[in-house]
Design a protein around this ligand. Structure first.
Ligand SMILES: Nc1ncnc2c1ncn2[C@@H]1O[C@H](COP(=O)(O)OP(=O)(O)OP(=O)(O)O)[C@@H](O)[C@H]1O
Ligand SMILES: [Mg+2]
Length: 300
């Protein structure tokens, strides 16, 4: 799989600072800026010694090849004068200072809410243009070992000129592959887990939607990962000498292991649902659990 079927990132420069993104639970304290292509971007910073921006870049690429909706990205340079203004704001927030250089930008998407917003509860699946991508979004989060799929990290974008039609957009992938720092040792522990599945349960009825996305991941080879890692600015790669190992670890991840995890989750959802709806079923399972626990205590 080569990168030719993904949208390449642009190299841009900040032309104007617009405002800090008002968002309390934030590590990077992003800013909304205008770049020299006259478009607005959300610019994310890092302390120069973690892998958050490299993770953002890599995960956006993986999402793109899986056919999932993510914002367009850019490598954005920022010069001294703008950095000084940002640093005054960061100092007031007790945040680390940033230096002039390259940072991670996503093209700003207007008219968005997040899954936290009450609009999410009321959304009908028929109004969400890319609802069919959701199983892929779940598979993606498991593959990238995303520990940060909070409700704020899925945008609900109200599509322009199409009243009350929306799309989901995935953002914020700095905390993946074991967190914000990977090294040769942490790569050995790469494993899939189910974390923060916010999506509605009826998505789990058919397995085939998940399988299709797992197959897309199985098609990603070493060349794909190497091309992406090579494209990441060297300043964002904490351990450039460990990148080869990282590529090896990524390309040897066995995506087929994601399916049994989802099956187990589906069974658990089903049982939970039956337990709430049928009290006798719940009592029967509780009885079996009690017997099992007693047997376990006796055996020990
Ligand atoms: N491309 C975008 N278009 C519109 N809004 C965005 C975009 N990117 C981010 N936002 C808004 O900014 C908020 C913060 O962005 P993001 O989640 O990427 O960073 P963060 O959570 O502050 O960073 P960190 O992971 O370092 O804590 C999002 O919850 C969303 O509301
Ligand atoms: Mg976030």
């Amino acid at each position: 799989m080569s990168l030719c079927n993904v949208i390449q990132s642009k190299d841009l420069t900040v032309k104007q600072l617009i405002k800090p993104i008002e968002f309390t639970a934030s590590f990077s304290k992003p800013w909304l800026v205008k770049c020299n292509d006259d478009q607005q971007y959300v610019l994310k910073f890092f302390n120069g010694s973690d892998d958050t921006l490299a993770n953002e870049f890599l995960c956006n690429r993986i999402a793109q090849v899986m056919g999932l909706t993510v914002p367009e990205i850019a490598v954005v340079s920022i010069e001294k004068e703008n950095v000084q203004r940002i640093n005054v704001n960061r100092k007031n927030l007790n945040e680390y200072q940033i230096s002039p250089g390259k940072y991670f930008g996503t093209r700003f998407i207007d008219s968005t809410y997040t899954l936290e917003h009450e609009i999410y509860r009321k959304l009908k699946p028929s109004t969400i243009k890319n609802i069919r991508e959701v199983p892929g979004m779940i598979v993606f989060d498991i593959f990238i070992q995303n520990i940060d799929r909070l409700k704020q990290n899925v945008l609900i974008h109200m599509l322009p000129k199409r009243q009350l039609t929306f799309e989901y957009v995935l953002i914020d992938h700095g905390h993946c592959f074991g967190g914000s720092n990977w090294n040769v040792n942490t790569m050995k522990d790469f494993q899939f887990d189910l974390l923060n599945i916010h999506w509605k349960h009826d998505l789990f009825i058919y397995d085939s939607q998940f399988k299709d996305y797992v197959e897309k991941l199985q098609n990603l080879d070493k060349r794909f990962f190497k091309e992406v890692i090579d494209e990441i600015p060297v300043e964002w790669k904490k351990q450039p000498h460990e990148c080869n190992e990282f590529v090896n670890a990524l390309s040897s991840m066995d995506a087929s292991k994601i399916l049994p995890l989802l099956k187990k989750h589906k069974r658990e959802l089903l049982v939970k649902n039956l337990r709430t709806r049928i009290p006798k079923f719940d009592q029967c399972l509780s009885f079996i659990d009690d017997v099992k626990n007693k047997y376990h205590d006796l055996a020990n």
